[in-house]
Design a protein around this ligand. Structure first.
Ligand code: COI
Length: 355
């Protein structure tokens, strides 16, 4: 479908205030945002407007019953300075999977991609050129109908905002294997990118950080035995030359970086198996010296190299080096910035300027 997306531009850009070499994490936003309303059963009035406050009724249902979902993705510049998006159609699909689980309306996938392209074209000067930096894009949807009562809302907003981002982790990370709190149980919302999943993770993450860890390693809800995922990432282990990653069992987020890393590793000749993985299995491999690498994958973090996993009274040493992880990271970055050919067909070019 062809959409008309009217644009109201800011009078004065804020870009001059940004130091691209020192981008503060998650606090800088570009000049504009894409917004669309859901009313009377249809998405209407897609538009780009100056970034700013949105009037919200105190009874907006998202605030009370948590109908709120989001996506995370990044825009890069290729070697000619043209803006590029990484697999945006996958984010559009995943948003709608989340929407289905949370009783929210689907958002048209072509409008999702079109809105992103228009916003990124307009904001292309905000894409940091530095290696490891990018323009983080945050599409999200929430229920804005003012109503007290338990049912699906009838009005929603879909918004895309953009925030320039530097590298997430600059060091190898330590994970805390969490046995008291859980992230997701079968039949729950673990597969959805629902705001509430992250809300429930905040306290356990703070406790893990207070112990000196960077993120939580989530275990299954029933036995606290099987590895699911990490705070903001999926996870891969290299044991005896082969890679394993937790299978998508309904409680694990379908990471787009995860899927891309599986394809990349296989194209590099590695065997990758999606399977159940126990913490015991990782401990045993570490003790035997066959645990060669582990890394997390996610949009915000990219690839995060894991040094150790802590649990009550014990540390599982993973590794001090991640040669394959590094290679995967470099290759992914080279694809995303057009430095090597995108043989997977992952990148979508956008325009630099609008009429
Ligand atoms: C992302 O990696 O884009 C995420 O959505 C994780 C976020 C909580 C930082």
């Amino acid at each position: 479908m062809n959409y008309t997306i009217p644009i109201t531009k800011v009078e004065q850009s804020k870009i001059d205030a940004l130091d691209f070499d020192n981008i503060p994490l998650g606090t800088t936003f570009t000049d504009h945002m894409f917004i669309c309303d859901y009313e009377n059963g249809a998405w209407v009035n897609p538009r780009i407007i100056p970034m700013g406050m949105i009037p919200t009724h105190p009874a907006a249902m998202a605030l009370h019953y948590g109908q709120a979902i989001f996506e995370g993705m990044k825009a890069y510049k290729d070697t000619q300075g043209e803006p590029m998006l990484f697999r945006p159609e996958q984010n559009a699909k995943r948003l709608n999977t989340s929407a289905d689980r949370m009783g929210m309306p689907n958002f048209p996938e072509d409008l999702f991609v079109e809105g992103l392209k228009e916003l990124v074209s307009l904001e292309h000067n905000w894409i940091p050129p530095q290696q490891g930096s990018a323009l983080y894009l945050r599409p999200f949807m929430y229920a804005d109908e003012p109503f007290i009562g338990m049912r699906a809302a009838t009005s929603y907003k879909f918004i895309i905002m953009a925030s320039p981002a530097g590298p997430f982790f600059s060091k190898r990370i330590k994970l805390w294997a969490e046995k008291q709190f859980i992230r997701a149980a079968h039949g729950g919302t673990g597969e959805a990118k629902a705001a509430g999943n992250y809300a429930a993770a905040i306290r356990p993450t703070e406790l893990a950080k207070a112990k000196g860890y960077d993120q939580v390693l989530w275990l299954d809800a029933h036995e606290h035995k099987y590895i699911q995922e990490v705070g903001t990432m999926n996870i891969f282990f290299k044991i005896n030359g082969e890679f394993i990653t937790p299978e998508l069992d309904g409680s694990v987020l379908h990471g787009i970086t995860r899927a891309s890393v599986i394809d990349l590793l296989r194209s590099m000749g590695y065997k990758v198996t999606e399977q159940k993985i126990t913490l015991d299995q990782i401990r045993e491999a570490s003790n035997k010296g066959t645990l060669e690498e582990a890394f997390g994958t996610g949009t915000a973090v990219g690839i995060a190299y894991i040094q150790e996993i802590g649990l009550e009274g014990e540390t599982i040493h993973v590794s001090d080096e991640s040669p394959v992880g590094l290679k995967v990271n470099d290759t992914l970055n080279a694809i995303k910035t057009g430095q090597i050919e995108d043989t997977f067909g992952w990148m979508l070019k956008t325009r630099k300027e609008l009429a």
